[in-house]
Ligand binder design. Structure first.
Ligand code: 13P
Length: 287
């Protein structure tokens, strides 16, 4: 059974950019995460995107993830969009679409531009035929900040002319350009290339997706949204809070063995992380 979201990825992102807010992508790392994300989305009347990494599809199974998302979609009055994050190749992405994902990201950023364009275009043709939206990536978004030199950093950033060609030739619905953010925890303040972000949005006309949203200062988030970011991915901050609370409960009550006794408080705690992001992104009271 496929349950469509109340509005598609493409519709939600276009609405966001038009009205000057961004929709949050929060990772689906288990049932407690799903419940926290969906409860807050309902309370805040906000659309949300459930991000699923490839490693999570392997850990949980595509069928369980789709069934969980369907249950949430049927229950919620706001758009709940099931999204494959960093899809590695055409075949894997087709499996996710057949299983019932609403939108997919193809990450061809490690390949030469020509190849990235060719595969992304192929994914878009097949996905759009099935009513599924597509996010493409250009430039290289770092795994962690590490000790990246200025030259290396510059080489990783997306180029405006390449982004323009990429968007035009692939017909993607949203573009995730490397603009200086990274997945995971930052050692210092991330250096976001705002001028490039703005130019890529203007030249492509596409909603911009900001990966590595954890740890980015609030004022940088607001500026990025003002320049064309319509979707922001957050995972590490929720995971860190979830695990902090599990550790705290187990340390305070070493005799606990009922897993609901530590997973429940963790679920409550990440609701506040998600709520803060939704309000910062301005996606509340939209549906
Ligand atoms: P963080 O884990 O740094 O928030 O990044 C999430 C992300 O970009 C997933 O694609």
């Amino acid at each position: 059974m496929y349950v469509p979201p109340k509005a598609s990825y493409r519709e939600v992102l276009n609405d966001a950019v038009q009205k000057g807010y961004a929709v949050g992508q929060f990772n689906l790392n288990g049932l407690e995460y799903l419940q926290a994300i969906v409860e807050v989305a309902e309370e805040e009347r906000s659309p949300v995107i459930l991000g699923v990494s490839v490693s999570s599809t392997k850990y949980f199974g595509l069928d369980y993830l789709v069934a969980l998302a369907n249950a949430a979609k049927l229950k919620a009055g706001v758009p709940i969009i099931l999204h494959l994050d960093h899809g590695p190749d055409f075949d894997f992405i087709m499996k996710a679409i057949r299983a019932g994902f609403d939108s997919v990201m193809y990450d061809g950023s490690e390949h030469p531009l020509e190849e990235n364009i060719a595969v992304t275009r192929q994914v878009v043709e097949a996905a759009h035929a099935a009513g599924v939206s597509v996010e493409g990536e250009i430039g290289r978004i770092g795994g962690t900040e590490d000790e990246v030199s200025v030259d290396e950093r510059e080489a990783m950033l997306a180029r405006v002319d390449e982004a323009e060609r990429f968007a035009e030739e692939t017909k993607i619905d949203a573009i995730a350009p490397a603009v200086g953010t990274a997945h995971g925890l930052y050692k210092g303040r991330p250096q976001i290339a705002f001028d490039r972000l703005e130019a890529i949005h203007k030249r492509t006309g596409k909603p911009i997706v900001l990966h590595g949203g954890s740890g980015v200062p609030d004022e940088d988030i607001r500026q990025a949204i003002a320049l064309g970011v319509g979707k922001i991915n957050v995972n590490t901050e929720s995971q860190a809070e979830f695990t902090r609370v599990v550790r705290k409960v187990l340390a305070e009550k070493p005799d606990v063995f009922d897993s609901r006794k530590y997973l429940g408080p963790a679920r409550e705690a990440i609701k506040e992380v998600i709520r803060k992001k939704i309000r910062l992104f301005g996606s509340h009271h939209r549906f």
